[in-house]
Design a protein around this ligand. Structure first.
Ligand SMILES: Cc1ncc(COP(=O)(O)O)c(C=O)c1O
Length: 377
């Protein structure tokens, strides 16, 4: 009998379409005929890693990579624990926060269980659940915010995890400390609540909660953080989870040891000390957000602007078309149909001169589109 791999694939995996990552820049540049591409699609930090981390990377002894890294990023956990005023046994490192989503779903969910999250948020919670055979229940956002009442109403006895993205990617809205605390009270320990704080370092609002301060009070709360965004180490893939020691112990049953590499661990250790980098990045993000908000208004494009290093704009036409037209101008944005925001694009906040170039490119694209609607081919 001829072997057919799909025979072995469970139904819930077979119905799941593989995610196709974007092609490398050199391929895209050739395809779209540009000699420079601004990456405004992945919420990366264009300032690059904090200088202390950059200097560690430059001075690394290549012999280091001939040995396995610390299997549980021991030094990094110790330093994070010191910063967070907790024990190293309350931290789990991962190959990006993305990997930690898998650890948590594997640790707590089995067939028949479900997870609850919002429909317009970081889609990986939903995807990992679905391809693990776990139902994902999605509540609509209310005024672009996670709706605590709707989330609570979706929880049943088979709900194991609720994922809340704070601030939310892509809408930039957040729950205050009071709202988070109320939600945790209502959940009342029935399931795990994951608070994804991938963008917390960008938030300057005084009522924005630090989830790590609540893990003692709520052992069912797990907080995700990453070095990919503010600390600009996305290419090294390193993030971590914070929780109560007993809950972290259970997550550790299903984590992959050695999944954070030796370079990432060293760079993350150095990155943590640089407060100036955070100030510089926040200043850049604030200036560019103010600029883009005004420009979108001038251009008559509604926008969704909140916290984080991104902003969403509604285009007068299809977001895939907008993507292709902007690519021809050397600007790579994120289409938002996959986030259930059809006709919207998300733009990573870059330095002001790059944002000015982006607006020039956008105006050109809007002009081209208006011309084509007047004279359809
Ligand atoms: C809300 C959110 N959580 C987690 C991640 C993943 O971060 P990492 O690069 O650490 O896997 C992202 C990346 O875009 C994100 O937007």
């Amino acid at each position: 009998m001829k072997f057919q791999p799909s025979m072995l694939v469970p139904d819930f995996v077979r119905t799941f379409e593989p995610y196709i990552p974007s092609q490398p820049d050199h391929v895209l540049k050739q395809r779209f005929g540009v000699d420079h591409l601004y990456r405004l699609n992945n919420n990366e930090n264009p300032l690059g890693p904090p200088p202390a981390a950059a200097s560690i990377l430059r001075s690394m002894d290549p012999m280091m990579v001939s040995r396995y890294p610390s299997g549980d990023a021991s030094d990094l956990r110790t330093k994070l624990a010191h910063h967070l005023d907790m024990g190293p046994d309350q931290i789990v490192p991962g190959n990006g926060a993305t990997e930690i989503i898998q650890f948590v779903i594997k640790a707590f969910c089995e067939s028949g269980d479900n997870i609850v999250t919002a429909d317009k948020t970081f889609a990986v919670y939903e995807w990992v659940a679905e391809f693990s055979g776990i139902e994902s229940r999605l509540t609509p956002l209310r005024d672009n915010r996670f709706d605590p009442k709707a989330l609570l109403s979706f929880i049943d006895r088979r709900t194991k995890i609720v994922f809340v993205c704070n601030p939310n990617n892509p809408t930039g809205t957040y729950w205050t400390l009071q709202e988070l605390d109320d939600f945790m009270q209502h959940v009342d320990g029935r399931c795990i609540v994951v608070l994804d704080e991938a963008y917390c370092e960008f938030v300057e609002e005084p009522d924005f909660p630090d989830g790590s301060l609540l893990v003692e009070k709520y052992p069912n709360l797990l907080v995700f953080r990453t070095f990919s965004k503010m600390y600009a180490l996305a290419g090294l893939r390193i993030g971590y989870l914070i929780g109560h020691p007993a809950t972290v112990y259970d997550v550790c049953r299903t984590r992959i040891v050695y999944s954070t590499n030796v370079i990432a661990q060293q760079a993350a250790l150095a990155a943590l000390d640089d407060k100036e980098h955070i100030t510089r990045t926040r200043n850049m993000v604030r200036e560019s957000r103010n600029y883009l908000e005004k420009e979108f208004e001038r251009l008559g494009l509604p926008c969704i602007s909140g916290q984080g290093n991104y902003i969403v704009a509604r285009m007068p036409f299809n977001d895939q078309l907008a993507y292709r037209m902007l690519m021809k101008q050397g600007m790579m944005v994120r289409t938002m149909t996959g986030f259930r925001f059809p006709n919207h694009i998300r733009i990573t906040l870059h330095s002001k001169p790059v944002m000015q170039r982006f607006i020039n490119a956008l105006e050109h694209v809007l002009d081209q589109w208006s011309a084509s609607t007047r004279n359809p081919v």
